[in-house]
Design a protein around this ligand. Structure first.
Ligand SMILES: Nc1ncnc2c1ncn2[C@@H]1O[C@H](COP(=O)(O)OP(=O)(O)OP(=O)(O)O)[C@@H](O)[C@H]1O
Ligand SMILES: [Mg+2]
Length: 249
């Protein structure tokens, strides 16, 4: 079982859109995939299940060890794609993690899934918290959407510093550009100097596209909604880079 996360300390940069599209592409590649929405706001649910978002369950029983993780999983969204929806009680996740475990509670929660699951995808809230630390620790790779602006590049640098400080393994951080608007000079400029600014080549450059915005309204991954779009092509490129990261090295 491989575990990846979509994370950035910046809000609204395309983490959830990428997590959902990646989860769908992985499931289409016949990998048994689990998407866990760790954000109390629960946007993944809208992208996946549209008008009838899947309701999450309170986490307390899971954290107390009274209910196995399997009980929290919805299996009927797409074939090969399981989903743990968010719940507002995820807000308390951090406090509970601090109180109830010394080690990595998230790792312990995920361990029983390893027999039936090939890929776990964690969609994270834009916070730097104890939960985030555990995500950064447990994940084999962390995919970080970077909007080609100075502020976003700054967040990328800060994240690298944080991961270095905490000795979580800076090499697991993998950037990709998100919400790229090539009409903007700054975006074009940053993209042209990609590896120079990021320190690493970006895995993809997802354009700012109305089709991605529509994912929330229609409740469908981009590959279903607009497979011919440029953005869908970039999400496929991202997925292809992820596969190489996880299985070819
Ligand atoms: N490539 C894109 N083009 C256009 N709109 C996008 C794109 N990616 C995301 N969006 C839109 O921007 C908003 C934020 O996207 P998303 O929820 O994926 O970001 P996020 O980083 O997960 O946000 P949060 O930090 O709140 O969890 C959504 O309304 C989404 O539809
Ligand atoms: Mg999100």
């Amino acid at each position: 079982m491989r575990i990846i996360a979509f994370y950035s300390p910046k809000g609204g940069v395309g983490k959830t859109a990428a997590a959902v599209n990646t989860a769908y592409l992985a499931s289409r590649d016949n990998l048994s995939t689990l998407l866990w929405d760790l954000d109390p706001q629960g946007a993944s649910s809208f992208y996946l299940a549209g008008a009838e978002p899947v309701k999450g369950r309170k986490l307390s029983k899971l954290l107390e060890g009274k209910s196995p993780i399997a009980r929290f999983i919805h299996e009927d969204v797409y074939p090969n794609l399981d989903f743990i929806p968010a719940h507002s009680s995820f807000r308390n996740f951090d406090i509970k993690l601090e109180q109830e475990h010394d080690g990595n509670a998230l790792k312990d929660l995920l361990a029983p899934l390893s027999e039936d699951t090939s890929l776990v995808i964690l969609d994270c809230p834009p916070t730097l918290s104890r939960l985030t630390e555990q995500v950064l620790d447990v994940a084999d790779k962390v995919y970080v959407p970077v909007v080609p602006t100075w502020l976003s590049l700054n967040s990328w640098d800060q994240l690298k510093e944080f991961v270095k400080d905490k000795k979580l393994g800076v090499k697991k951080l993998r950037p990709f550009f998100s919400m790229v608007d090539r009409r903007k000079n700054l975006h074009r400029d940053v993209l042209a100097r990609d590896a120079g600014k990021l320190g690493l080549p970006a895995l993809a450059a997802v354009p700012y596209a109305s089709a991605v915005e529509r994912m929330g309204e229609e409740g469908q991954p981009l590959e279903v909604l607009a497979p011919g779009s440029l953005a869908a092509g970039e999400f496929r490129k991202l997925w292809s880079g992820i596969k190489t990261d996880l299985w070819s090295r």
